[in-house]
Design a binder for this molecule. Sequence first.
Ligand SMILES: Cc1cc2nc3c(=O)[nH]c(=O)nc-3n(C[C@H](O)[C@H](O)[C@H](O)COP(=O)(O)OP(=O)(O)OC[C@H]3O[C@@H](n4cnc5c(N)ncnc54)[C@H](O)[C@@H]3O)c2cc1C
Length: 416
Amino acid sequence: MTTSDPDVSPIPYSDAALEFRDEIRDWLKRNAPDELRGVEAPRVPSPELQTHLDRWADTLTEAGLMCVSWPKEYGGRGLTGVEVALMNEEFARAGVPRLTRGMGEGLVGPAVIAHATEEQKRRVLPPIISGEHVYCQGFSEPGAGSDLAGLRTRGEIDGTDLVINGQKTWTSGYYKANWMFCLVRTDPDAPKHKGISYVLLPLEVDGEPNGVEFRPIRRMTGKALFGESFLTDARTPLDNVIGGLNQGWKVAMTTLGNERGGSATTQHVAFERQFWRLVDLARERGLAGDVRVREQLAWAWSRIQVIKATGFGLVADLAAGGSGTGLGNGSTAKIRWSEFQRRLMEIAMDLAGPDALVTGPDYELDEWQEDFLATRSHTIWGGTAEVQRNIIGERVLNLPKEPAPAKKTERKEAVR
Ligand SMILES: Cc1cc2nc3c(=O)[nH]c(=O)nc-3n(C[C@H](O)[C@H](O)[C@H](O)COP(=O)(O)OP(=O)(O)OC[C@H]3O[C@@H](n4cnc5c(N)ncnc54)[C@H](O)[C@@H]3O)c2cc1C
């Protein structure tokens, strides 16, 4: 067995869930494109692959298979967590990518559904499903990463608009986006968590730039997949403030919860596929019989089973009508998957041997080199592993809070 198989899973799926699974399996048999079978969608697809992916995204949209967990009245399919998990399993079984609408689907949508007005939900959600509105995330600033509430980008009311000035950074995928969801300070006199608003900002208005300039930042993979964002009198109607003016912190927490733990029920599918490619690499290198290598692979497989079991635990909880919050805590999930992925790619580098070290100005990194470098960042974005441990300690285990940093004078005394 090389992929997870819901037929042998320990979860007592309901008849309705199994009926849904059969429906998806049947649909995939008829519609999965041959060009995409076995394709792992890379971070930067070739133009030819992009065309196939775009066509597949259109097919999924027409079949109502985008943003599937969103409520039906806003264009989603109203699927439960269990059904989404089953659907992902079926896509893995068919060997075709389960495309999503990226940050719009995973981060903006859930926050809008939880906190926006009815009018906003009806206006904001459909263009995400159709692919017309593509979002990037404007949370981090040069002086506000882990301490996100320290952000300084200002939003000032001018008539019926909010006018935004400031700087964001590490804005992933800005080059594909035509909207940004961002946090701005709208009440500088309020305590820092209380004066923040969650705002949807169009990057163009009537075909003209809307005061947002991006400068690419090159990652260590050599690709500029994120950038700095400079906002100068960028305008958006007050109607695009989600959750109320100065009430943005709770909306941001919904987004971050989804960023950290949103795929906890399904990511083992991708990890298992990657694991078996790693086994192939070991075989190609003639290392599959090496005891040290087998030990590392056994470790990786057992970690994936832990990730899968906790994911299934969450699915079982959802199937029984629970909220999943105990097992599905976003911070524990984030630490588990991000640290595992980093380690898995270290194993890949060991297996690749001297080839892993090849690099140079005109050299295109191979899949393993690129993933090794890219996964270094997984314990940073969406909240660092250290900060997740703080959250677990303080908010889940109710341990004492970390001491506030010492004031300058106290620090001097301490040195003395
Ligand atoms: C690949 C990548 C993509 C990203 N994409 C986006 C994006 O699209 N949009 C966006 O808004 N942001 C994005 N980010 C930014 C990301 O959210 C921040 O990098 C992250 O929140 C950490 O903030 P920082 O970089 O300012 O580090 P800092 O907050 O300065 O942290 C530096 C170090 O100090 C540690 N530290 C900080 N505070 C504590 C504490 N209280 N206790 C213990 N240790 C602590 C951290 O763990 C870290 O090791 C991205 C980052 C990366 C790497």
